[in-house]
Design a protein around this ligand. Structure first.
Ligand code: ATP
Length: 587
C-alpha cells in the first residue's frame, strides 16, 4: 500500500471528535485492506496506531528531534538554520516537515512513492542500528525516506519517527474496529480482548483473524517471552463482603507487599525477561534478579512464566524497605552501585506457564504446589507469605500481622475449581484488603488527566487544577469524574507542564467524554495517570463517569486530593467507571 493512503487514514482519525466515528473509520480501513490484500492487514493494523511494534517491545528508534530536523532540512534542500526557525515557530517537527516538503520542487528525487511496507522495514532497520557512526547512518536513511514524501505524508512520517502521533487511538480502539470489520459490530470485542490478554500484540490478533477467522481467535497460545496482561484484584467495602464474593470455603490469604509487580519469562534457551505491570521490559534494570532466578529456580523448570512482587531489602538483605527505596532501582545508569545499595528479593505468588504447558487454567492450589516444587534455595527468590483458612477471623488476624510487619495488607484468593489465572481481568477470585479500607478512611483511585485549567493567584502561569477521568472499559472512553486541585505541591505544579507538554492536543480527543461546562483550558490525550484519594462518590450533572445512555447524571469524586503520579500505569489501567459504580452502590 502507498504510504499516502495510510496517511489519509491518520488525517481522518486526527480530525474526528467522535469515538464511534474513530472506530468506524478504522474498521472501514481494515476491511478495505483485508479485501484487497489480506497479507497486509497485520502490519497495517500495527501501523494504524502510528507504531511499528507492540508496546512491550520497546521500539525506540533512538532518533532525537534534532536529527529528524536535520534530515528534513537535507531532504528539502533547506538550511538547518531555516528549519530550526520554523520549529521555534510551529513547535512540531511534523508541521515543519509538512511545510517545507510541501512543494515537490524542493525535493531532490521523485516523491510520493513510499510504501507502507518500506516504511515498516526501514523503521525497524533504524531501530537496530547501533554503535559508532550510527547517527550518520540513521540520518542518511531518514533523508531518503523523507525525500519520498510530501505534505501530509511528511507530517505523519516525522511524527511516527518521533513517537508522537497523538491520534487518540489505542489498542482497545483497534480491537473494537477489528470486531466491527470481521463480525459487523463491537459485540465480539470481549472475545478479541481475551485473546489480546494472552497475546498483547495487535498485529498478531489481526493476522489470526485474517488467516483463520474469529472462530479460531482463542487458539493463539501463550508464548514464553511475550508478556501476558496481569490479573488484578477486586476491592470490597468490608471483610464480610469478601466471604460473600469468594466462592470457595477455603481462602488462600497472601501477604500484599508494597513493591513492584514483575512477570518473569524464562525461555528454553535460558533467556530471562522481566516485564513490569505495564508490560515494559525492565530486565536491564535488574541484572541481579536475573542471576538469582538462574540460581534459585530449579533446573527442571526449563521454561516458565511466573509472577511476584519485587521488594527492596536493607543492605544486609534482611529487612524490607519502602517502595520509594525500591524506586531507586529504576535507573539506566550506576546500576552496579545500586545493586549493592538497594538489594532486592522476589516474592513469587503465581505461576502461569511451566515446561510447555499453560498453568493459567489450573486451580490456585495446584499452581502453588508447582511453585513450591521449582523454588530451590529461597534465598532471594522466595514464596510470598500465605495462610490457608476457612475462617474470616483468621483472615483478619493474618491481616493484622501483615500490618504489624509493615506491609500494605493482604490479597484473599479463592481456591475453588475455577480459581484460574484470568489474564487482564479484575476478578472476584482475588480480593485486596488494605489498611486504608479497614480504617474506613478514604479510598484511592487512579485517574487519567484529560485536561487542565489555568491557575489563578499563586498558581498564575501554571496549571491550577486538572480535569481527570475514569476509564470506561465497555465503551473504551475516558469519562470525566473530577476536577483536581488539592494536594498538588509546588514541585508537582512546576513539573506538570513538562510532563504533559508532549501530550497536549488542540481539541477534545475523540474517546474523551465530558460535560460542556467542564471544558478545560488545555486538552491532553489520555496518557498521565495520577493517584488521588477522595472521601465521597456522588451523582450529578457535572461529570460523566458510568453515565447510563439517555441520562445526564454521571458519577463524580468529591474532595479529591492528589497523592502521586502513577508512572507504572497506562491510561487504560486507571480506575474503571465500572469499579467506581460498584463502590458507589456499596458492593
Ligand atoms: P491494581 O494493580 O489492582 O490496579 P494497584 O497497582 O494500585 O492496583 P493495589 O490495588 O494496591 O495496586 O494492589 C494490587 C497489586 O498488589 C498487584 O498489582 C501486585 O503488584 C501487588 N501484590 C502484592 N502482593 C500480591 C499477591 N500476593 N498477589 C497478587 N498481587 C500482589
Amino acid at each position: 500500500m502507498q504510504f499516502s493512503k495510510l496517511s489519509t487514514l491518520y488525517g481522518r482519525l486526527e480530525a474526528t471528535a467522535s469515538g464511534n466515528e474513530l472506530r468506524q473509520i478504522l474498521a472501514d480501513f481494515f476491511k478495505e485492506t483485508y479485501q484487497k490484500n489480506p497479507e497486509e492487514l497485520s502490519i497495517l493494523t500495527q501501523l494504524s496506531l502510528g507504531k511499528i511494534s507492540p508496546d512491550y517491545i520497546s521500539a525506540v528508534l533512538g532518533v532525537a528531534e534534532k536529527l529528524v530536523l536535520k534530515a528534513i532540512a537535507k531532504a528539502s534542500g533547506r538550511s538547518v538554520k531555516e528549519i530550526t526557525k520554523h520549529m521555534h515557530h510551529l513547535g512540531d517537527a511534523g508541521l515543519v516537515a509538512e511545510l517545507v516538503l510541501k512543494q515537490k520542487a524542493f525535493t531532490l528525487v521523485p516523491t510520493g512513492d513510499l510504501t507502507t511496507d518500506e516504511l515498516y522495514q526501514t523503521l525497524h532497520k533504524i531501530k537496530d542500528i547501533e554503535g559508532s557512526g550510527s547517527q550518520d547512518i540513521k540520518e542518511k536513511i531518514l533523508i531518503s525516506i523523507f525525500q519520498k514524501t510530501t505534505g501530509q505524508d511528511s507530517k505523519y512520517l516525522a511524527r511516527i519517527i518521533l513517537g508522537n502521533m497523538r491520534l487518540g487511538v489505542a489498542d482497545m480502539t483497534v480491537l473494537d474496529a477489528l470486531s466491527i470489520c470481521f463480525t459487523g459490530d463491537k459485540s465480539n470485542k470481549p472475545r478479541l480482548e481475551r485473546a489480546y490478554n494472552v497475546c498483547p500484540d495487535i498485529a498478531k490478533i489481526a493476522k489470526q483473524l485474517a488467516d483463520k477467522g474469529i472462530e479460531h481467535i482463542d487458539e493463539i497460545p501463550v508464548k514464553v517471552g511475550r508478556p501476558i496482561r496481569v490479573m488484578l484484584a477486586q476491592r470490597v467495602a468490608s471483610l464480610s463482603n469478601m466471604s460473600e464474593k469468594i466462592k470457595s470455603n477455603l481462602f488462600q490469604v497472601e501477604a500484599k507487599y508494597d513493591g513492584e509487580r514483575v512477570q518473569v519469562h524464562k525461555e528454553r534457551d535460558g533467556t530471562i525477561t522481566l516485564y513490569s505491570r505495564r508490560m515494559e521490559n525492565i530486565t536491564d534494570q535488574l541484572p541481579d534478579l536475573v542471576e538469582y532466578l538462574k540460581k534459585e529456580i530449579h533446573v527442571m523448570a526449563v521454561e516458565y512464566i511466573l509472577e511476584g512482587e519485587i521488594m527492596a531489602l536493607s543492605e544486609d538483605a534482611k529487612i524490607h524497605q519502602s517502595f520509594q527505596t525500591l524506586m531507586q532501582r529504576k535507573r539506566k545508569t550506576e546500576i552496579e552501585k545500586y545493586i549493592k545499595k538497594v538489594p532486592v528479593a522476589l516474592y513469587v505468588f503465581d505461576l502461569l506457564y511451566l515446561n510447555g504447558e499453560s498453568m493459567m487454567n489450573k486451580p490456585l492450589i495446584e499452581r502453588g504446589e508447582s511453585i513450591d516444587k521449582i523454588l530451590y534455595k529461597k534465598n532471594r527468590i522466595r514464596r510470598i507469605e500465605l495462610i490457608q483458612t476457612e475462617s474470616v477471623d483468621e483472615v483478619q488476624s493474618f491481616f493484622e500481622k501483615m500490618l504489624k510487619d509493615g506491609n500494605e495488607g493482604v490479597i484473599v484468593k479463592s481456591t475453588a475449581d475455577d480459581s484460574h489465572y484470568k489474564a487482564g481481568a479484575r476478578d472476584w477470585n482475588w480480593i485486596k484488603w488494605k489498611k486504608d479500607y479497614m480504617q474506613n478512611l478514604v479510598d484511592s483511585f487512579d485517574l487519567v488527566v484529560i485536561g487542565a485549567f489555568y491557575g489563578k493567584g499563586k498558581r498564575t502561569g501554571a496549571y491550577g487544577s486538572l480535569l481527570c477521568a475514569t476509564y470506561n472499559h465497555k465503551t473504551d472512553t475516558f469519562e470525566s469524574v473530577s476536577k483536581l486541585g488539592t494536594g498538588l505541591t509546588d514541585k508537582t505544579l512546576e513539573e506538570l507542564p513538562f510532563i504533559l507538554r508532549e501530550h497536549k492536543v488542540v481539541k477534545k480527543p475523540a474517546r474523551v467524554i465530558i460535560n460542556k461546562e467542564m471544558t478545560p483550558d488545555v486538552w491532553f490525550e489520555p496518557f498521565l495517570v495520577v493517584e488521588v484519594i477522595a472521601a465521597e462518590i456522588s451523582q450529578g450533572k457535572m461529570h460523566c463517569a458510568a453515565r447510563t445512555p439517555g441520562s445526564d447524571r454521571g458519577l463524580a469524586l468529591r474532595f479529591p486530593r492528589f497523592i502521586q503520579i502513577r508512572a507504572d500505569k497506562g491510561p487504560e489501567d486507571a480506575t474503571s467507571s465500572e469499579e467506581l459504580l460498584s463502590l458507589y452502590e456499596g458492593i
